[in-house]
Design a protein. Sequence first.
Length: 267
Amino acid sequence: MLRQPAVAGQFYTDNPRQLRADLERLVVPAAVKERPLGVISPHAGYMYSGTVAGELYGAVEVPATVIILGPNHHGAGRRVALSPAEQWQTPLGAVVVNSRLSSLVRQHAPLVEEDAAAHLYEHSLEVQVPFLQYVRPDVSIVPLCLGFGDFASCRALGEGIAAAIREYGEDVLIVASSDMTHYESAAAARRKDEQAMAAVTALDPPGLLRVCHQEGITMCGVVPATVMLVAALELGATRARLVCYATSGDVTGDNRQVVAYAAFTVI
């Protein structure tokens, strides 16, 4: 099975040459790269959040295997949906779904079910893939689309992912795909997002989920980010760093109603 791109030509160009040129412009390699256990990366159209994602992917060494956790924006399919496709197609070519790690994730995290419906139109995982291909052409992925909201499930899934990675025995990066506050003024978004970002940098997964619920912070990938933090802590993470924060207003010049984007590394 081959998962075809749903948002090529919308969130990013479907022209392979132009896409490669866009990624070359967006991804600026850092002089010294980090080797994180997990990251948070935005998933809007590249013209809006691409500079934030590009700064992140330029700052890290991406291993050969990546688990991508994305929120389910459409509500279709299972609560924790593993893509059953053998490959994901992008304009840059096909990326292999890592069957061995996928099997280990299912073994250690019973919440996970194979389900194509959740992935059919979902953009949050897809927009990460060209960045990963660009910086690591031989990358393989485990795509998980998440459609639940409680911390008990976040903890169970995060612990299961960590156990699967330990048994896998090779370096794995966990990418949590998330934007930050949606459709508020840039100033209001920053005030809210600072509370969520403080929970991330404090390595406080339950605190992140709690503050987003209590303060009405519309961080769409709060669950993927929470799961990633749980897994990273299980794997020995000791610190998190904010790489970049920006809003759509930085691109459009209109700060009255923005979507905000942040990138983090967790080491």
